[in-house]
Write a protein that binds this ligand. Structure first.
Ligand SMILES: Cc1cc2nc3c(=O)[nH]c(=O)nc-3n(C[C@H](O)[C@H](O)[C@H](O)COP(=O)(O)OP(=O)(O)OC[C@H]3O[C@@H](n4cnc5c(N)ncnc54)[C@H](O)[C@@H]3O)c2cc1C
Ligand code: FES
Length: 795
């Protein structure tokens, strides 16, 4: 303990002794017990105990006459509480847990906790017991708040005395304000007797089963709040509010009648809180999975609350998980013999969880017949564990969080569980909305033409950039087309020119090189531990998929076409493996594919013309993950443009043998050949890949023709959505077709872009809202647009 803190404490204590006769008389010669037992049986005057005060085991001895409290100030002074002062003064050792210090609480939360603290004192002491509260109210409103809390707890301020010392010793005597005070509190109304309390409780008309139900949700709330980063010690008020959002509306009316003391008692046992929370998560998962034919087959029932709560699964009758899933929290099994192992994040069982994850991988290989999920109470915690640094902790595992599970339950069972409010709000407030644009340096892992042909115009560049972790299909990056080293070299040369010559020389000198970054869509993403092509094997339960997450991707690929005389794309071909390039991203509006199903979309047709197919592969990846039915229509001028030889296959991590870009990519993300359609403007039969594609899926002519005849062959087009990307004439033709067949369409637009972040207006296109014309920026309002919002006459 710092010397000045010691000194301050002593000064404070002496001050307390001398400042008022009332205080003086109560703090005379104090004998301190070192155990509660001794305090209760001896004539000692005081007892010191290091514990969160809300959990303080009040001694049975009814002669506590004074309580001295020094809670944290409302202005979050970052020093340890009064108990530490006492402890160090007496030479006692306390483990100091920094995380427990409520310095991060808001003023309102802090004051609510003080009210609880006072209530607790009041409930456990005689009415004549007096309380001295050391308190500083420096922020605006603090004084009113604390007075309200004191009154709310049944006390009144009988006297005050200024505090003239300061922990930091930074203030000079004249700087002390009279807002730092000792407050002498006395009870303003007599406490109800036990008999009175009983009468009060009987009047509430809460049955035993309702009480059990309320207790269940109170416990869940206490646990959930304590898992959140800002609520290590949730106040009773917060617990009540949270529980209120979980309980049935008919019970909500009765909830306010439950006494604070009772609520506190319910939440004292953290294990019991955790068990209630586990049961809630299991129940949510049971509801979601039952839509896909899964049932819960085993559960470690000692980990679950076993009270009678209707509508929330009781697992007492289930056997314990065995074999690969031994020591997991519970297991679900589907009709297709797929098993899903669930574990709750539990810091005390970290090692066990890791063992389970590794056992699953050992026994299942990459088959995904057994999947393992880790369930988080807190969304931020889940995000943390999805980072690449944590991947070893939970290899090849999926992540879920309570907020998103609750949201899914409300989506699927709104009529019964529509009252679940709080968790759902939390879920929608975060995640994709939270993403921010990063300026980062990406390491190039490979940059190769897709064919062995010297004149090949199509390249794939793969790079490592964990900063892009939130990227979703349709989004893009602005990338430099020179490596960092090359860019610096050129800048040096040009600055020399500027110094030497007129400023136009700089511009003149720059012309052979790109100046601005270029926009490119993300073609594919790769996650550690999820081997390339894993989507061929994984089949997530469709109703769970929208809330199931993998580790964040860390590697990405762009498929780019080299433009004749294009400065940037030609430069980009020269960037080598191991070099670094600067990027900005993820850019563009993000679309939430996971929840398209809620908009009645069941099947998506991806129609791509030429390099327009590149971003659609990422859409395919996302849509397959979320278990949509997907069909792809690829339009190219000639198939040879996409043919790459076996020599390049390992670079692209695909099967050796002559293969075709896009087709191979689509197969690797779980497409079957019958769902891939190819049109070539120039017939190259018989060397075309038609040896693998069904004859009916191949067409010579425009992709739009092929798509129209495909639609003709379909009887039912309900729930179909089209996403198209390609040259403008193709998009116009697609607009006509989709209008004719009455299918919704989204288009990925491409415009020249200078900034990519909505500043320069170089990418503006004409859109319509209702019947009025608007201008939208493709970079920030798109690039994915609803076809019906585009003004096709002007664009
Ligand atoms: C959101 C978005 C995503 C894109 N994704 C991809 C992708 O995944 N793969 C890919 O190969 N290309 C993609 N492009 C196109 C790519 O950005 C351009 O081909 C590239 O910027 C050309 O750069 P350059 O320096 O080689 O050409 P420049 O020297 O800048 O221009 C050469 C010629 O190309 C034309 N041109 C340049 N940019 C565009 C453009 N955006 N649209 C139409 N014509 C253009 C110019 O008018 C000029 O005639 C995307 C464009 C956008 C806006
Ligand atoms: S690229 Fe600058 S506003 Fe869109």
């Amino acid at each position: 303990m710092e010397k000045n803190v010691w000194k301050t404490f002593e000064m404070r204590f002496k001050r307390a002794l001398s400042c008022k006769g009332k205080l003086n008389s109560m703090l005379g010669a104090v004998r301190i017990s070192d155990s509660l037992e001794r305090f209760e049986t001896s004539s000692d005057n005081a007892y010191l105990h290091q514990v969160d005060f809300l959990r303080f085991p009040f001694p049975g001895k009814p002669r506590v006459t004074h309580v001295f409290l020094d809670p944290p100030y409302t202005d979050d002074v970052d020093y340890m509480g009064f108990s530490e002062f006492w402890g160090s003064w007496l030479g006692m050792r306390f483990p100091i847990q920094l995380g427990r210090h409520p310095g991060t609480l808001s003023m309102e939360d802090n004051t609510a906790r003080i009210q609880e603290l006072l209530e607790r004192v009041r409930e456990n002491t005689r009415p004549s017991c007096r309380v001295i509260l050391a308190y500083g109210c420096k922020r605006p409103n603090a004084r009113q708040l604390i007075e309200k809390a004191i009154m709310g707890a049944g006390y009144q301020i009988q006297d005050t005395s200024p505090i003239f010392s300061d922990n930091s010793q930074k203030r000079k005597a004249h700087e002390f304000t009279l807002t730092d005070r000792y407050l002498l509190l006395t009870a303003h109304t007599p406490r109800p007797t036990t008999a009175e309390k009983e009468v009060e409780l009987n009047a509430l008309d809460i049955s035993a089963s309702e009480r059990t139900e309320l207790k269940f949700f109170v416990r869940i709330s206490a646990y959930w709040l304590s898992c959140s980063h800002t609520q290590k010690l949730p106040s009773l008020e917060r617990i009540r509010e949270t529980a209120n959002d979980l309980i049935r509306p008919s019970l909500r009316e009765k909830f306010p009648a439950i006494m604070r003391g009772e609520i506190r008692e319910w939440t004292l046992d953290n294990q019991a809180n955790r068990k209630a929370y586990n049961r809630l998560c299991l129940s949510f998962l049971h509801l979601i999975l039952s839509k896909d034919g899964f049932t819960i087959v085993s559960a470690e029932n000692s980990h679950f609350d076993d009270s009678e709560v209707p509508g929330y699964c009781d697992v007492r009758h289930l056997p314990r998980p065995t074999g690969v899933a031994a020591r997991a929290d519970f297991v679900a099994a589907g009709n297709n013999h797929q098993r899903i192992v669930f574990c709750f994040l539990n810091k005390e069982r970290e090692h066990t969880l890791k063992q389970i994850a590794n056992r699953v991988i050992e026994s299942d290989g990459d088959d995904f017949r057994i999947m393992h999920f880790l369930v988080f109470a807190d969304h931020q915690d889940m995000i943390k564990h999805r980072q690449v640094e944590f991947v070893e902790y939970w290899p090849r595992g999926f992540f879920l969080c309570l907020g998103e599970l609750a949201g899914r339950v409300v989506e699927l069972y709104g009529d019964v569980y529509g009252h679940l409010r709080l968790f759902v709000q939390k879920a929608t407030a975060g995640f994709r909305v939270e993403q921010k644009i990063n300026h980062f340096t990406a390491e190039v892992l490979s940059n190769k033409p897709v064919t062995g042909d010297k004149n090949c115009k199509h390249f794939k560049i793969k790079f490592e950039a964990p900063e892009l972790k939130y990227v979703v299909p349709g989004q893009f990056v602005m990338t430099d087309t020179l490596s960092v080293v090359e860019r610096k070299r050129i800048e040096k040369r040009t600055s020399f020119c500027v110094e030497e010559h007129a400023s136009y020389a700089k511009i003149a000198n720059l012309t052979p090189h790109s100046f601005l970054k270029r926009p490119f869509s993300i073609h594919r993403v790769f996650c550690d531990y999820f081997k390339f092509g894993y989507l061929k094997n994984v089949s997530l339960p469709p109703n769970l998929a929208p809330v199931a997450h993998t580790v964040f991707p860390s590697r990405f690929e762009i498929f780019y076409q080299v433009i004749e005389n294009g400065v940037g794309t030609n430069e980009l071909t020269k960037v080598k493996q191991g070099e670094k390039i600067e990027m900005l991203g993820p850019l563009g509006k993000s679309s939430d594919l996971a929840h398209w199903r809620a908009q009645d979309i069941r099947e998506v047709h991806l129609v791509g013309g030429g390099v327009g197919m590149a971003p659609l592969v990422f859409f395919g990846q996302g849509l397959k993950y979320y278990s949509f039915r997907v069909k792809a229509f690829i339009g190219v001028d000639r198939i040879e443009t996409l043919l790459y030889s076996a020599r390049f296959a390992p670079t692209f991590s695909e099967d050796p043998g002559n293969a075709y870009v896009y087709i191979e990519n689509l197969l690797s993300i779980g497409f079957v050949l019958s769902d891939i359609y190819v049109s070539t403007e120039i017939s190259t039969k018989p060397s075309m890949p038609f040896r693998r594609l069904p004859e009916k899926n191949c067409h010579v002519g425009f992709v739009t023709e092929q798509y129209r005849s495909y639609l003709d062959s379909r009887e039912n087009l309900d729930g179909v959505l089209v996403i198209a990307c390609g040259p403008e004439p193709m998009l116009r033709a697609m607009r006509g077709i989709t209008l004719e067949y009455d299918i919704p369409m989204k288009v990925l637009l491409e415009k020249r872009m200078a900034c990519g972040i909505g500043v320069c207006m170089s990418c503006v296109c004409t859109t319509k809202k209702n019947s009025s014309t608007e201008y939208s920026r493709v970079c920030t309002d798109g690039p994915l647009f609803d076809a019906k919002h585009i003004d096709w006459d002007q664009t």
